[in-house]
Design a protein around this ligand. Structure first.
Ligand code: HEC
Length: 178
């Protein structure tokens, strides 16, 4: 029967091909092993290199944050109480809330700045010829620590650079404001 003969033949052909494939794989096993070994060794070298460079990197990252350890607490206060109005980049909201970027109120006289946070402001402060419709509510519920932290943070964020504000400075203004 020709049909049966032909399936038999093709099965034989298939198993021949299979054998050839097997022998090909076996012949190349040593090569595959060498490749795997080389790849592992390469990885190890990379790890060595990383271990050597990481202490430097860590030092470079921690150095500036020694100063900003206190500012980190200020960032938290800012996010909780100021961000909704003055925005995460200190840019404010046009004609509603003023920016904190490079303004005379933030960078200038400390007592006035502390006073704005403790008492709030609804004077219509003018910044670069613009006034703002919102009122800033008093934040005298914040502790002296928190006010010092948040003001030190805004004086050193958004591109601002000014000296920090101490707890004593906040205490002194709070005593006058009360
Ligand atoms: C409800 C919105 C709102 C919140 C919350 C708020 N502010 Fe204000 N802030 C304003 C507005 C509005 C003014 C302008 C007030 C005016 O015109 O008299 C202002 C003014 C200021 C000013 C002086 C003007 C300037 O831009 O330099 C500073 C500094 C300031 N805010 C800091 C803060 C800090 C710090 C906090 C968080 C502790 C805070 N504000 C929370 C709306 C807000």
């Amino acid at each position: 029967m020709p049909a049966e003969r032909s399936t038999e033949l093709s099965m034989q052909k298939n198993s021949k091909q299979y054998e050839r494939l097997l022998s090909l794989v076996f012949k190349h096993i040593p090569l595959v092993l060498i490749c795997v070994l080389v790849a592992c060794k390469g990885n190890q070298n990379n790890n060595d290199k990383q271990e050597k460079t990481s202490p430097d990197t860590i030092q470079r990252v921690t150095e500036p944050s020694a100063l900003s350890a206190g500012l980190l607490a200020g960032k938290k206060v800012y996010e909780d109480y100021c961000l909704t109005c003055h925005q995460s980049n200190g840019g404010g909201v046009p004609s509603l809330n003023p920016p904190l970027k490079g303004t005379e109120y933030v960078l200038g006289e400390k007592d006035r700045l502390i006073g704005i946070v403790l008492k709030g402001s609804n004077e219509g402060l003018e910044i670069d010829g613009e006034t703002f419709d919102n009122a800033m509510p008093p934040h005298n519920f914040l502790s002296d620590d928190e006010v010092a932290q948040v003001l030190s943070y805004i004086r050193n964020s958004f591109g601002n650079e000014a000296d920090t504000i101490t707890v004593q400075e906040v205490k002194a203004v709070r005593a006058k404001v009360k």
